[in-house]
Design a protein around this ligand. Sequence first.
Ligand code: ADP
Length: 426
Amino acid sequence: MIILTLNCGSSSVKYSLWEMPGAKPLCQGIVERVGMGDSTLTHKSVSNTSKNQEVDCPDHEAAIDLIFDVITDSESGVVSDLSEIEVVAHRVVHGGEKYTHSVIIDEDVIGAIDEFAILAPLHNPNNLLGIRMAQKVMPSVPHTASWDTAFSAAYMPRHTSLYAIPYKFYAEYGIRRYGYQGLSHSYVAKRAARLLGRNRSEVNLISLHIGNGSTVTAVKKGRPYDQSLGFSTCGEGLVMGTRCGDLDPIVPLFMIQHANMTHQEVEDVLYRQSGVFGLSGGYIDRRDIISAASDGDTRAQLTLDVECYRLRKYIGAYAAALGGIDAVVFTAGVGENSPLHRQLACQDLDFLGIQLDRKVNNSAVGRQSEVDISTVDSKVKVFVIPTDEELVMVEDAAAIIEDRFDPDNFTYSFEQPGYVPSYLRF
Ligand code: ADP
């Protein structure tokens, strides 16, 4: 069975092709800067064909056409015709409380994605666009949806997910904490349990997904207990690339009342002008921030201090919330590649039993393997685990199609002994 994954984001579309059973990756890639000019297509396949080229990509429709072309191309492609694809698995950001695990997309699901766009205005509409386009080109194959909110929205208990505002705002408008990036947290939590040699239901851990979007999840006995992002993908939690994370709710009101800003302008500031970008005065890439800080740029240094203090604060808070932890996991672009962020996030946490091995930490860069960066004596293990959201989507999709999907008890191939991470197969 050949499965295509599609992740239709605001300015990029990511894709991958897999062969099941065996979760064999065939190719993966991304079209970036969709509709912004200077668009690029990056593609690599297991047969070592790679492409990185500028493309004409005025909109998402063009991006998906480019993807269909590259995967069927006689040189770089891995299928000779789209008809070889038997399932399309779509990543969708918000499933509300209604969709707490992957499902086949039908009219109800389409309606829900549209309905929950009010909760994820930057993401759900693009996800829906991708689904509609793929369905148009491949109308006769099943399409599945895997939700970013599902892992945490399904399991976070009431007392960690409700805000202390009048209850009617939850009951009538669904205002609660949902949690995001669940496909990634789900993957690394299961891998961490495997690395600990324990059953996932026995393990408490804290997973930190640090990239352009950043979240931290407290996992109790294998299931999400708390998550740093709450109602929206913007506020609460970690400092992100351009999003603010934790913020006093009066700040946006103050901006409207006293800085003469419209609410659209405030939204733009909080989603697109804040985070490390806003603090540093223009850097999003943490490599630039680290290098500027080491060259004496005090704003860059302050940005690093604010971002890493927030990471440390959440590790401490979640360690207490969980009543002790077995492991801390770092993942995503920054988590997998920045020893400095990991070191600062774990600084002075010896009292919690967290001790980093500096040398191993410094050498754990790139998606080469999963690494234990803690000392041999560290009571709490600290892992760098390259994430693989697509693999979760693909395994869910295959299991749904084959009618063997049990969301609460499904065992993924990557929980089995001998699993070789897919990124090592390219
Ligand atoms: P997204 O949320 O867009 O999926 P990623 O998880 O790909 O983001 O992370 C992208 C970020 O990873 C970049 O903005 C960059 O700051 C960071 N990054 C990548 N490599 C390094 C590195 N060697 N050191 C520090 N940060 C890095």
